[in-house]
Design a protein around this ligand. Structure first.
Ligand SMILES: [Fe+2]
Length: 270
């Protein structure tokens, strides 16, 4: 269901009229850590920034029947809402992997009981990425409803860009991931348990050229030797962990909880 207007004018650089009809942005997604499941109690700050692969844009998905325009601007959706607290962080990049600032990100989701608020704006809100392309959303873990696995909806639009990416984020380890026909594993967040809450990460890549400064390509620091947290591993890097050898499948900066046996999306036993 395309929408032709959106968001009152509290935006840095976007008017509601500029938030125009969505079009699909195809291709492969960049997966922050597709398929990775981590359960560390904490992670070193800064390690949530994962590598972006130029040209691999985040896959589009249906917006479904529950989108509503004009959500409030807020990055915390938990006021008056019960459920397991979930903080989702990440970055938004252009297709050359440069961070995109002032990207509009409009989130909507079911509550812990699997219900959408279709009369008000509970668990709906939009925010903008910072100068480094980062975003942070505080919400609750959405509940299940018939026919779908657990998911969060989001629309993204870079300033001055006509195209909107509409997509969904998923949770690893959900039984319904294998039966939901909309589910796409490239849209899996990396999710870890922190205390009584959850922390999810996901990096988006929009199909826009962007104008920012290219992100420096990290110098691989973890090639060879024993796996350690806080190192940048390039695809193909080999490490040992627990006496076994592993090959890196996807470039990333490692974090506690992402030890090779825990994240088959990142590491393959060799
Ligand atoms: Fe939904």
């Amino acid at each position: 269901m395309p929408e032709n207007s959106h968001m009152p004018g509290e935006t840095p650089g976007l008017s509601r009229k500029q938030f125009i009809t969505a079009v699909g942005v195809g291709a492969l997604a960049v997966p922050a850590v597709a398929g990775a499941t981590a359960n560390a109690s904490s992670a070193p700050p800064g390690n949530e920034l994962l590598a972006c692969t130029p040209g691999r844009t985040t896959v589009a998905q249906t917006e479904g029947p529950y989108f509503k325009p004009n959500s409030p601007r807020r990055d915390d959706l938990t006021a008056g809402v019960s459920g397991v607290r979930l903080v989702v962080t990440g970055h938004v990049f252009d297709r050359a992997c440069r961070p995109l600032d002032r990207v509009l990100m409009d989130f909507w989701q079911a509550d812990a009981m699997g219900a959408y608020d279709n009369t008000g704006y509970r668990l709906r809100g939009h925010l903008y990425t910072g100068a480094d392309g980062s975003y942070r959303l505080t919400t609750v873990v959405p509940g299940l409803y018939p026919g779908r696995t657990r998911h969060i909806h989001v629309k993204l639009q870079a300033p001055g860009q006509p195209r909107i990416l509409t997509t969904q984020l998923y949770f690893p380890g959900e039984p319904r991931n294998s039966t939901d026909t909309i589910y796409d594993p490239s849209l899996l967040m990396n999710v870890r348990t922190v205390g009584s809450g959850r922390e999810g990460t996901f990096d988006f890549v929009l199909d826009v050229a962007g104008t920012g400064t290219p992100s420096p390509t990290p110098t691989p620091t973890g090639e060879g030797g024993t796996w350690r947290a806080g190192a940048f591993y390039a695809a193909g890097a080999q490490v040992t962990y627990g006496g076994a050898a592993y090959r890196c499948l996807q470039a990333h900066t490692s974090a506690a909880g992402w030890e090779p046996p825990n994240v088959p999306a990142l590491w393959q036993r060799v």
